[in-house]
Ligand binder design. Structure first.
Ligand code: UN1
Length: 506
């Protein structure tokens, strides 16, 4: 048993450990799962514990114990530790980016951006430790004062996806810590090593043992976290199916629960738009991160006057995108995360063909022999997609773009809103009036004007309406509504019993 190193080696395979109460815990009876490089299935990064409910219980106990002190540390001091974590993320950016790329595939310039979101989140949240504003409000009675302020909630369970292995966990973990909560983090089984670095960084920044814990595993481990009676809140980013199940259990168990789920984000291009700008926008929005963002542009809605010209240029550019390992500096689009997701995307390509959409380009693996061991797919574009089709409505989470043609702005909005999800949206137009109407009418938590559907900044509210979320917003100042409860205090300094709504009436 060694508590100091995050992995040990058995017959040349790295075996990683859970991080509980400030120590790396190796359990000889653990089962393990493999972390495989999506660009090269022969590259096994290591094995991670498939933790059970007793591992979760150990982590929750540690977090509960640590909560007793952490909640009492002044928030500005908690913020100071988080600011240091931001500095360490900055220092380790290059090294961490390569670790992330190796395990989840996107190019290093993108994983650096992922870490930058965590750095921004740390610096923003650190200063929030000096605000966490409450309200002081007049009382309706004499010599009485009303106050309200934020309180931490307790042990928070955090469950996240692999596509932003550092940024998305940071959106939850960092503000939750500043607010005085403690954490048990169950990262995605597809990007577990990033969570190891997350723990190392928080430890180096000076976070006390037990305040942040990492337990690896798959769905069953996540369920054990949701079920644990001492976990007061679940913060989740991932698939709609899993999110809904979590929400139902949290409803039954009366736990607070914040969900970030699917998207089917439209980019509208009107006939007065700067077409080159819109073209670069959709290429980045649809094929950045191999289309594996909840904010990815998966629907392109084109005005009929520019449709044919735009589609032609789009095809030419999409076919030139360099697909390859994210560790190669020339790569523009990396692999899909795993073989299961790869099969699902291929299935949707068949569905699209069978529904009568036109496969404009892609839909197949690249011919390059050197890529044969990875989950690579060429950028895929369908045209003639109508709102009745499944590829118009369902989240594919891959490099697949559905193009539809409309004859007016009104129809474009109707198409954009014809969807169960409501995360991000975008419109390219030079018409100010139209842009403002779109801001009002697009049913989405986020709307971009003359910019792609991806690119949220850490200090702004992030989240979706309709099937995407359950009413919460991460990011910026709004995330503190998730990770705190309001306490209301009445201070009566009149020296008398004053009965509200009675003694102050005529
Ligand atoms: C996600 O895909 O879960 O706005 C998050 C964006 C990124 C975050 C995406 N900043 O695309």
């Amino acid at each position: 048993m060694n508590h100091y190193y995050n992995f040990y080696v058995i017959s040349s395979m790295k075996k990683f450990s859970n991080y509980i109460n400030g120590a790396w815990i190796h359990r000889s009876d653990s089962s393990f799962f493999q972390n495989i490089n999506p660009a090269d299935s022969l590259d096994i990064i290591g094995e991670f514990p498939e933790s059970n409910s007793s591992d979760i219980d150990d982590a929750v106990k540690a977090a509960q114990q640590a909560y007793k002190q952490w909640r009492l540390m002044p928030a500005p001091k908690r913020g100071n530790i988080i600011r240091k974590a931001g500095d360490i993320f900055e220092r380790r950016k290059e090294e961490l980016a390569r670790i992330m790329t190796r395990e989840m595939g996107k190019p290093v310039f993108e994983t650096k951006g992922d870490i930058q979101e965590a750095i921004d989140t740390c610096y923003y949240a650190a200063t929030e430790g000096r605000r966490l504003f409450g309200y002081t409000v007049p009382s309706e009675m004499d010599n009485k004062m009303n106050l309200s302020f934020r309180m931490p909630i307790g042990v928070c369970g955090i469950i996240t996806a692999w596509n932003f292995p550092i940024a998305v966990p940071s959106w939850k973990i960092i503000p939750a810590l500043v607010a005085g909560n403690t954490i048990v983090f169950k990262p995605s089984e597809d990007s577990p090593e990033s969570a190891i670095i997350f723990a190392e960084i928080l430890e180096e920044a000076g976070l006390p043992a037990g305040v942040f814990n990492v337990v690896f595993g798959k769905g069953d481990t996540g369920s054990a976290l949701v079920e644990h009676p001492d976990v007061k809140l679940i913060g989740f980013t991932g698939s709609t199916a899993t999110g809904k199940r979590i929400a139902m259990r949290c409803g039954e168990l009366n736990k607070k629960c914040s969900l970030e789920m699917g998207g089917k984000n439209p980019q509208i291009v009107l006939d007065d738009a700067d077409l080159d700008l819109a073209l670069n926008g959709v290429l980045w929005g649809a094929f950045g991160t191999t289309g594996q963002r909840c904010t990815a542009t998966s629907r392109l809605i084109l005005h009929e006057n520019i449709h044919d010209e735009f589609v032609q240029k789009l095809q030419a550019k999409a076919e030139k995108l360099r697909v390859g390992s994210g560790l190669d500096d020339t790569t523009e689009m990396g692999p899909v995360i795993n073989t299961k997701q790869f099969a699902k995307i291929k299935e949707y390509i068949e569905i699209g063909k069978n529904e009568g959409a036109t496969l404009l380009c892609g839909g197949v693996e690249p011919s390059d022999e050197t890529l044969k061991n990875g989950n690579f797919l060429l950028p895929t574009i369908f045209t003639n997609v109508t709102p009745q089709m499944r590829i118009f409505n369902e989240e594919i989470f891959g490099p697949v773009l559905s193009v539809s043609k409309v004859s007016s702005f009104e129809q474009a909005i109707e198409y954009a809103n014809h969807c169960a999800y409501g995360l991000s949206s975008s419109i390219f137009t030079k018409n100010v009036h139209v842009a403002f109407v779109a801001m009002r009418e697009l049913e989405a938590g986020i709307t971009y004007i003359n910019a792609p559907t991806i690119g949220a900044e850490a200090h702004m509210p992030f989240g979706g309406i309709k099937g995407t979320g359950n009413g919460h917003r991460e990011g910026g100042w709004t995330v503190f509504d998730i990770f705190t409860e309001w306490k209301t205090v009445y201070v009566d300094y009149s020296g008398q019993l004053q009965r509200a709504q009675i003694d102050n009436q005529e």
